[in-house]
Design a protein around this ligand. Structure first.
Ligand SMILES: [Zn+2]
Length: 200
C-alpha cells in the first residue's frame, strides 16, 4: 500500500508515521497542528496588539478630544475676555460722549443765558433810546411851538413898534416935549428895537 506524503507528495508506504524523504509527520493533526497553533498564536497576538492599539487609539482620540475641548474652552474664554474688554471700551467711549454732550449742553445754555442778557441790555438800551427820542421829539415840538409863539410875539412887537414909531413921528412933528416919555416903552425890547432901527 502506497500513499502520498503530506509534505513532499512523494510515494511512501502506509506504515510510515513520518516521510522518509522530507521527515514530515504523516498525521494531519500533527502535520497541521503546529501551523494551526502558530496561526492561533499569531492571531491572538494580532488580536491583542490590535486591541491594545485600538485601546491606545481610543485613549489617544479621547485625549485629543479632551485637548481640543480644552483648546476650544480656552479660545472661548479668550474671546469672552476680548468681548468684555471691548464692552468696557465702548462703555468708556459712551461715558465720554455723554460727558461731551453734557458739556456742550452746559456751554449752550450758558451762551443762551449770555445772549439773553445781551438781548435784555439791548432792549433796555433801545427803550431808553426811544424814551430819549420821544423826549427830544417833545422838546422839538415844544421848541417849534415856542418858536412860533416867539415869532408871533415878535411880529406883534414889530407891529407895535411900527405903530409906536409912526405915532412917535407924528407926535415929534407936532411937539418934541412928548418924545422923552416914549422911549421907556420902546426900551422894554431894546434889542429888537435896535435891530429894527439898524435894518431900516
Ligand atoms: Zn515527504
Amino acid at each position: 500500500m502506497q500513499k502520498k506524503c503530506i509534505g513532499c507528495k512523494r510515494e511512501i508506504s502506509w506504515g510510515n508515521s513520518s516521510c522518509p524523504f522530507c521527515g514530515a509527520a504523516q498525521s494531519r493533526l500533527r502535520h497541521y497542528g503546529s501551523s494551526l497553533a502558530l496561526a492561533i498564536i499569531v492571531l491572538a497576538a494580532l488580536g491583542w496588539v490590535s486591541h491594545k492599539s485600538f485601546q491606545s487609539l481610543l485613549e489617544q482620540s479621547k485625549q485629543q478630544l479632551l485637548e481640543n475641548n480644552q483648546q476650544q474652552v480656552t479660545a472661548a474664554n479668550e474671546r469672552i475676555q476680548a468681548l468684555v474688554n471691548q464692552i468696557a471700551e465702548l462703555e468708556s467711549q459712551l461715558k465720554s460722549a455723554q460727558q461731551n454732550n453734557q458739556q456742550l449742553k452746559e456751554n449752550q445754555s450758558a451762551k443762551s443765558d449770555e445772549r439773553q442778557s445781551e438781548i435784555q441790555t439791548l432792549k433796555s438800551q433801545l427803550a431808553s433810546a426811544q424814551k430819549e427820542t420821544e423826549k427830544q421829539e417833545g422838546r422839538a415840538s415844544w421848541l417849534g411851538r415856542e418858536n412860533n409863539r416867539l415869532k408871533s410875539e415878535l411880529n406883534s412887537l414889530k407891529s407895535e413898534l411900527a405903530a409906536l414909531k409912526t405915532s412917535n413921528e407924528s407926535q415929534s412933528s407936532n411937539s418934541q416935549s412928548l418924545l422923552p416919555a416914549d422911549p421907556p416903552t420902546v426900551e422894554t425890547t431894546p434889542e429888537s428895537s435896535d435891530d429894527e432901527t439898524n435894518n431900516r
